[in-house]
Design a binder for this molecule. Structure first.
Ligand SMILES: [Zn+2]
Length: 184
């Protein structure tokens, strides 16, 4: 990758030997390894490794999980907040694992719609709850820095599975809870 980044700098009309750029190929290669490192992780295993028995069937919700991903169409970042909810069916998962699952799917070349569905399906398959809801709010640098330069627009994607899909009351409760900001 370092060789390719060097070539890219030349194509941009830059001199890759100048002081600020000499180590850039190395830095870029290292940061892309981290940014796309989620592809080597197994989010399903993260969930299966942190399951606990639980009786309740009340909604569990983790709001405002920060994530950073990369749009596969432009190789530019998109980033924002994920809101994830599920209704247990005998098992719960450690809350921090939900954020880890979001991160694992964010750290790869993505489109927001697919990432939303992947997080939801991963929880549905490995936690086996009554339902899962995932909503992502994200700003895309490919929209903000180039083209039409829509500075303040953001994209919202949702995936509703199980009872969130079938029961309008459950879905409405989720949508209300992700709007609440208890600390503000
Ligand atoms: Zn894009």
């Amino acid at each position: 990758m370092e060789k390719l980044v060097r070539q890219m700098l030349v194509k941009m009309g830059e001199n890759p030997e100048r002081e600020g750029l000499v180590k850039t190929p190395e830095r870029v290669a290292r940061s892309w390894k981290e940014i796309t490192g989620g592809a080597q992780q197994d989010p399903g295993e993260m969930v299966r490794g942190a399951l606990f028995q639980a009786e309740g069937q009340e909604m569990v919700i983790v709001n405002d999980i920060d994530f950073y991903s990369v749009c596969e169409h432009h190789l530019l970042p998109f980033f924002g907040k994920a809101h994830v909810a599920y209704i247990p069916n005998g098992k719960i998962v450690g809350l921090s694992k939900i954020a880890r699952v979001v991160e694992a799917y964010a750290r790869r070349l993505q489109v927001q719609e697919r990432m939303t569905a992947q997080v939801a399906n991963c929880l549905m398959e490995n936690l086996n709850p009554l339902g899962v809801a995932v909503t992502l709010h994200a700003q895309h640098l490919c929209m903000m820095m180039r083209g039409i330069q829509k500075q303040n627009s953001y994209a919202v994607t949702s995936e509703m599975l199980g009872c969130f899909k079938n029961d309008p009351k459950t879905r409405a409760e989720f949508l209300t809870l992700i709007r609440e900001k208890p600390w503000s």
